[in-house]
Design a protein. Structure first.
Length: 590
């Protein structure tokens, strides 16, 4: 079996799902283009700005994709074989993740493009609102920890390619620093000169390629400069990245976030183009086992670990924060929610499939050393093999793959820090400049306590911090998805009538129950591994396990709150055939 056959089959499934299930969901949610969206109604040129779907797709995909659809599928494929991972990616994207993103976007635009936390406040209790805010903030902290350390790992050491060339982590660091400078320059030019976005794109996208090439010629090797080993060098980079998060999250959006997101979208599409060419003309065959067993070599059970290892490629709680925080404020028409919410999630599922292909092409014996490498290196090396047919220099392509990975992570890091600051300000009422700085410092500073630790596995072996936090990040992220789905069940269940209300338990309730059960199960496994290990002493000092206990407790209380909200009498009069088009109608109906 070839990789091309598998990818084409998945693409056909995604296209059919978009045309059939996506169309049904549009009808079920009663989307109506006669109703003005918040982006049009409150257009201010800053937060609210309607955008054509063809432009919003790129920006939205860049924001939600990050490194999740790359890391998760690669890890799950190595742990359990490619078949379970592929099935969850396809089924999860179609029936869980796509529905989650689509309904989150619709719920937000019907509440003046406010965040999902506002939906909780309006349809549940103030206690539930505060608990949900707390849960989201802790989830964001976990995301920052996991992605900070996995990015820092890319900036140290070196990789030896099959042709004898070497790609240095210091070179990736140089390219990365240059890449961060480019969107700042681009943002300044767009704001203070008459340069158009099209011209700026034509100038700065090629400059990104120059930065990738130049990085390997002048590597910024922190370990060599400071005389420390790679382990300590990673810690220095962890600190540097969190300092970046602090400043990037308080910088004006036009200066860094928007131009970098624009360039990041092109990065993603170019990467997909490379993979497509390699699949079409490379003739790569599947060599990795389809199924390894119900337990990984490290003893992790396939169920539930598979469903929390692959997060963004199938369903991700983080998506609703992005969707209701920024994307909903740019939706031009209600029916655009189908392509942006559902269609883009399916496209991310395809990104996850291509990342899994980087494992599927590996031979367990011949590539044993590579299979032990971090996911970003496996992805970059896979990208290099895909592009062999194009005749591009292997070192450049691998550097491109590592930079693409890092680029996606930058989007996640500063967006998470920015959103964490918003939530902390809402919880504390710190809305002045001083409060803004304190909330940002806490959101970027608390992860510092985790990334500077030396992590060990169950056998006492030193491992990267991201490996410890990836499963915890995954379970937290998926539990956030479950809780958001519960909120959506409450919202649509209390505002829909007739056949639409009867469909809520199946469309949203089943995914919510599945994600809740799997996520809590995975968290309980991690808590047991720390506090009641099968072998070795209990790790009662493990802060991650204690945080997991707090999250499970918060989730239990929010589940009770959701059930109580559903038991209350629906707030819309009988005979109201569709959900309210916006908050005004909702408030009138109450």
């Amino acid at each position: 079996m070839t990789l091309l056959q598998i990818v084409l089959s998945c693409t056909v499934v995604f296209v059919i799902a978009y045309r059939v299930y996506g169309a049904w969901l549009t009808k079920w949610m009663a989307l109506d283009d006669r109703v003005t969206t918040p982006a049009v109604q409150f257009k201010d040129g800053a937060d609210y700005e309607p955008i054509e779907p063809k432009f919003l797709i790129s920006q939205h995909l860049s924001a939600i994709a990050a490194a999740g659809p790359i890391v998760g599928p690669i890890l799950a494929g190595i742990y359990f074989g490619w078949l379970p991972a592929l099935l969850w990616i396809v089924v999860g994207s179609v029936l869980v993740g796509g529905v989650y993103d689509f309904s989150s976007l619709v719920a937000s635009i019907r509440h003046r493009a406010r965040t999902i936390t506002e939906v909780v406040r309006l349809h549940m209790t103030r206690r539930a609102h505060l608990l949900f805010l707390s849960f989201v903030w802790i989830a964001l902290i976990y995301i920052v920890v996991a992605f900070t350390d996995i990015t820092a790992q890319a900036f140290v050491g070196q990789q030896s390619l099959e042709n004898g060339q070497k790609v240095t982590g210091g070179g990736i660091a140089t390219s990365s620093l240059l890449y961060l400078a480019l969107p700042v320059i681009m943002g300044v030019l767009l704001r203070y000169t008459k340069i158009s976005l099209s011209l700026a794109t034509c100038i700065f996208v090629p400059l990104v390629g120059v930065a990738i090439w130049f990085g390997q010629t002048m590597p910024f090797d922190v370990g060599a400069l400071l005389g420390v080993d790679d382990h300590i060098a990673v810690k220095y980079w962890d600190v540097a990245l969190l300092v970046y998060c602090f400043f990037a999250s308080i910088a004006p959006m036009w200066l860094l976030l928007q131009p970098r997101g624009h360039l990041g979208g092109y990065f993603l599409f170019v990467t997909l183009a490379f993979v497509a060419i390699g699949l079409a003309f490379g003739g790569h065959k599947v060599e990795y086992p389809a199924f390894i067993g119900w337990h990984s070599k490290d003893g992790m059970p396939l169920i539930p670990i598979l469903f929390i290892t692959i997060a963004c490629g199938a369903c991700s709680g983080f998506h609703s924060i992005i969707i209701s925080g920024t994307t909903s404020k740019q939706l031009k028409k209600q029916t655009d929610a189908r392509v942006i919410g559902y269609g883009t999630m399916l496209l991310e599922g395809l990104v996850a499939v291509t990342a899994l292909c980087c494992v599927m092409m590996l031979n367990p014996v011949k590539d044993a050393a590579l299979l032990k490498s971090p996911p970003n290196q496996i992805y970059a090396m896979g990208l290099g093999r895909f592009t062999e047919v194009m005749g591009l220099p292997a070192a450049f392509v691998v550097s491109f793959g590592l930079m693409a990975f890092t680029t996606f992570v930058y989007d996640t890091l500063d967006v998470c820090t920015r959103l964490g600051r918003y939530i902390l300000q809402e919880l504390t009422g710190w809305h002045d400049t001083k409060g803004k700085l304190i909330a940002t410092a806490l959101t970027a500073g608390i992860p510092l306590l985790f990334v500077t630790q030396t992590a060990h596995d169950a056998k006492g072996k030193v491992i990267p911090v991201w490996k410890v936090f990836w499963s915890l990040f995954g379970s937290t992220n998926q539990l956030l998805a479950a809780l958001t789905l519960l909120v959506l069940v409450v919202y649509f269940g209390r505002t829909m009538t007739g056949w639409r209300r009867r469909a809520v338990p199946l469309v949203l309730g089943v995914p919510a129950a599945f994600m809740f059960f799997m996520s809590v199960w995975a968290m309980l496994i991690s808590i047991r591994a720390s506090f009641f290990p099968v072998a070795g002493p209990a790790r009662w000092h493990d802060p991650a396990a204690w945080v997991a206990c707090v999250l499970v407790a918060l989730a239990a209380v929010l589940l009770v709150e959701a059930v109580m909200a559903l038991c209350r009498k629906p707030s819309l009069p009988e005979g109201h055939a569709a959900p309210p088009p916006d908050l005004d109608l909702w408030e009138t109906a109450k």
